[in-house]
Design a protein around this ligand. Sequence first.
Ligand SMILES: [Zn+2]
Length: 454
Amino acid sequence: MFAILAWGSAIGCAAGAAAGGDVLEVGLAVRDITPPVPIWLAGYAARTQPATNVDTPLLVQALALKNATGERFVFVALDNCEVSGEFIGPTLRRLEQRHALARGAVMVVCSHTHSGPVLEGGLLGMYPLEEADRAAVVAYGRTLKAALGEAVEAALGSTRPAMMEHGVGHAAFAVNRRVQAAKTWRFGENPKGPVDREVPVLKILDTNGTVRAVLFGYACHATSIQGADFYTVSGDYIAYARQHLEAVYPGARAVFLTGMGADANPAPRGSLLQAKRHGLELAGAVVSVLQRPMRPVRGPFQFAYAEPELPFQPAPAREQILLESRSDNRYVRSRALRYQRGFERGDPVPSSLRLPVAAVRLGGDLTFLAMGGEVVVDYALEFKRAAGGAPVWTVGYAYEIPCYIPSRRILQEGGYEAESSLMYYGWYGPFRPEVETIVVGQVRTLADAAGGLK
Ligand SMILES: [Zn+2]
């Protein structure tokens, strides 16, 4: 059932620690991936034309970790709504091969800004692109992949010893967005719904005490910008938080890892001004952690990765799918055509999808738990409960985003994250209820393989 399970050697790490192997090396690199305009932006089905303005630059940032024993791992923070496995997989495999990295050792984490360019694969069927628009998307995708590869290689090639410290703050602008209506759940603000408002912070210092980087996270859709500012390229609140942080820690890089908050929106939402305000609040939460004593975090890191199969409910009959391939509804048609192309290749109807999941543990001090997809908050809360207060940093939108990853609760309740969003991603469904048990079990197995949660 589990395609891949790999982990850094515990024996190697123990031997390394005895020889001063608790010192981690860190490498950093950044590339600007701001697109030329006009270009179509991803995330909102309501857009009717390409973007014509640029608000903030978009970045791809790589943060490489290297053990004394030579193992390496790279976090890649990418300013984009989402990447599919089809789009980014070949780039990641090439990087792994060229640098003799373990499968999954390059973890791309999308910021999920809804004001970044559309990419090929995944949600492409959601947008009514003209021929020239499509050419711009293809060209931009090529540039993005090249820049991502360059950033990863530059980070791997520039590692040097680092010290690290961890702390957790809070920011209040994430609000649960699922509101119960008569028979289903609609979008809105649900102040009583579950949410993860923690702001994890990792300070990375040179051995002389200079701050080199600030890694921070938050579990909330990057959808501050709507309406009048729909046609503007922006990193949303994340880009502003980075700018604020880099202004008050000159010379340091601020790097954001998106949390598991696919059912949370920023509140209030609206114009670019809201993105600036949320960015200021988030940066403030990070600074308040950085200004006070933090817990030291040591190396070496240990890493474990797997791709569990998440089962779907049975798809409709082939005749129904063929009928839907001629639907007037663009989304219905696009999903059916995707399955029809599979029929033509002789593929079976998909009964499951593989989801990348990983655990990265730094010394005995901090564990990152990461999942692909748009992960709802129940997973973050479950992992933090399981850790019993030990530091856990939950990361969503990791590696690739095949669709939402709902919990058992959300599958029971229904609504967008459980059902209707699957059509945009080109899947029939919904998932079977055991998906949460499968994912949580697999992630906890990985955490144990990387040295345990506590
Ligand atoms: Zn989303």
